[in-house]
Design a protein around this ligand. Structure first.
Ligand code: ARG
Length: 574
């Protein structure tokens, strides 16, 4: 029995057939899921070969088809249009495959034959500042991508690049030492310190000077300064840990590799760049001008590695980060889940690292950008007071809204209600961040994200809970059940279920969790059409009830596994 990705298997068969048709080294045969009615998969290889072989694509397609052996899983392929090869899976294969699917906890999804060692930077908030909606997006998307990559069999190391170093700490620590407020501080207090320190810095020349001197003390390891700094970092980290806990995100203190971690490497980074002849002095600062980066006036753009005053900044820390992960931790891939506005920063950092030899041929580095979360006015989300929305408020509000969704469910105990409200509320926030193309901005709306109809996590959670209740009612052992495909909606559901590996594969390969969301939503929609048209508990005919219950169970397993790969839980009762 074939398990795994059907489009990959068909592509393999096409490549085998192609060897009988031509000797030329073909491009990889791409077989795609088709949404055309009556066609399950489609291949356009013949069209791309037409020019190279100087033959009509339809003839090439027909020649491939004549050598193609797919009888075990599909009807004979059909040549269509300008030279497509169309495939329709055979019902008997679909029946066999879905009948066996439930025995596989991975529901047919394979493991990569080429595992990579991947460092992924996500969340990465700043100390003494509250996390905002942008950090939430990074956290949610990064967590989903981590889960998907691990599921595919890669070795994934998350690292939380905390903003815990640099000039702002001079003024923060100076302010703290001036005021000596009694602790322990909440993150709200720290936020307040930050604002007070900032305005003092702008208004008071003496304070500004002391703050600059304090940065030097911090960098030279002065004990009193370091102890205030550590205090600030600890208090903030405690707050971040609470947010991760509430979100169900696996980041822990062991994953923290803040900016300060790379401080000891910065001087060496600059020396090595200089030794490779990559640096130039510009305006007193040490800069690298990577090839191909220009500003609007067409002048070369610098990446500043050491400022005029001798200080190091954000960019050089990122150079040190890459150098550390490839050089000392042996990672092959570096992923950065950071907002789209930092695209150019990362492109320049990667270019400099390539030039310096810290990123080599075998390494991949990718900025996984994402758009801004907008308020209903279409601008970056703000509170009424004009400040960015506090993440902890947002999450508490989500759970409160979700409690409204299950209001009046007196059949659920208070503990279950609380658990369910949390699953719905946190799920809704995550799903809203994940279900759209991540590059795009999106408008934050409680109403939309908590709607029971439409592409939302609540819709999927409800669909799953309904299936679970049907299964509970039937209380049937399905170990020996077989899928029988009689009704068209049964076939459509079976087809959706065998496409799970393709959906997970596409979401993983492109770091595009929304592809998995779309698939889950479509699968739930196919299920509801099936459920409307095919009686399940009252099914007539030998084996039909068992078959339908099995299809329902597989749908529930698919929704549960799929949502878990997105970090979203599926309560049994809603
Ligand atoms: N702390 C930064 C911010 O809040 C994000 C850091 C992203 N990661 C990195 N390696 N630069 O904007």
């Amino acid at each position: 029995m074939l398990f795994g990705d059907v489009s990959e298997e068909l592509a393999r068969r096409v490549m085998e057939a192609l060897r009988h048709v031509t000797d030329i080294e073909p491009p990889t045969a791409l077989v795609r899921v088709s949404s055309q009615s009556g066609v399950d998969y489609q291949c356009d290889l013949a069209m791309s070969l037409g020019k190279r072989l100087g033959e009509p694509p339809r003839e090439i397609a027909a020649a491939i088809a004549s050598h193609l052996d797919v009888a075990d899983l599909a009807e004979p392929p059909v040549v269509a249009g300008p030279g497509f090869l169309n495939f329709t899976l055979s019902s008997s294969w679909l029946e066999d495959r879905t009948s066996a699917l439930g025995d596989d906890p991975r529901l047919g999804a394979g493991v990569t034959p080429r595992p990579r060692r991947i460092a992924i930077d996500y969340s990465s908030p700043n100390v003494a500042k509250e996390m905002h909606a942008g950090h939430l997006r990074s956290t949610v998307i990064g967590d989903a991508i981590t889960r998907l990559l691990r599921f595919a069999g890669h070795d994934v190391i998350p690292h939380n690049h905390l903003g815990d170093w640099g000039t702002p700490f001079g003024m923060l620590i100076e302010h703290l030492l001036d005021e000596r407020p009694s602790g322990p501080y909440t993150i709200g207090d720290l936020n307040g310190f930050y604002r007070a320190a900032r305005s003092k810095f702008d208004a008071d020349e003496d304070f500004a000077t002391r703050s600059r001197e304090r940065v030097v003390l911090l960098q030279s390891g002065d004990e009193e300064t370091l102890s205030s700094w550590r205090h600030l970092v600890d208090e903030s980290t405690r707050h971040f840990a609470q947010v991760y806990e509430l979100l169900g995100i696996g980041l822990s203190s062991e994953d923290v590799y803040g900016e300060s971690f790379y401080n000891p490497f910065l001087a060496t980074v600059v020396d090595e760049l200089a030794a490779s002849g990559l640096t130039e002095i510009s305006d007193g600062a040490v800069c690298v001008f990577p090839d191909g980066f220009r500003n609007r006036e067409g002048e070369p753009l610098p990446l500043i590695v050491r400022k005029r005053d001798g200080g190091y900044g954000y960019a050089v820390t990122d150079l040190a980060t890459l150098r550390y992960w490839t050089g000392q931790r042996g990672v092959t891939d570096l992923l950065y889940v950071v907002g789209a506005p930092q695209a150019q920063h990362f492109a320049m950092v990667f270019a400099v690292c390539r030039a310096a030899g810290w990123l080599r041929e075998e390494h991949r580095a990718e900025h996984i950008g994402f758009g801004t979360v907008l308020g209903e006015d279409g601008r970056a989300m703000k509170t009424r007071a004009g400040e960015s929305v506090r993440l902890s408020d947002l999450l508490t509000e989500a759970i409160a809204h979700a409690a409204g969704v299950i209001d009046g469910r007196d059949d659920l105990s208070p503990e279950i209600r609380e658990e369910v409200a949390r699953a719905i509320g946190i799920g809704a926030i995550k799903y809203a961040d994940l279900s759209g193309d991540r590059e795009r901005d999106y408008v934050f709306s409680w109403e939309r994200m908590l709607s029971k109809n439409g592409n939302t996590s609540v819709y999927l959670q409800y669909a799953n809970a309904r299936i679970r209740s049907v299964l509970a009612k039937a209380d049937q052992d399905l170990a020996d059940a077989r899928v029988l495909l009689g009704h068209p909606t049964e076939r459509a559901l079976a087809l959706a279920l065998v496409r799970f590996p393709e959906a997970v594969g596409a979401a993983t390969a492109g770091h595009l969790p929304h592809k998995l969301c779309t698939y889950l939503y479509e699968t739930a929609a196919v299920f509801s059409r099936f459920y409307e048209q095919c009686p399940v508990l009252d099914a007539k005919g030998p084996g039909v009830r068992d078959s339908r219950l099995l299809l329902a169970e597989l749908t529930s397993k698919t929704l549960t596994l799929g949502l878990s790969l997105l970090g979203i839980s599926t309560p049994a009762r809603l």
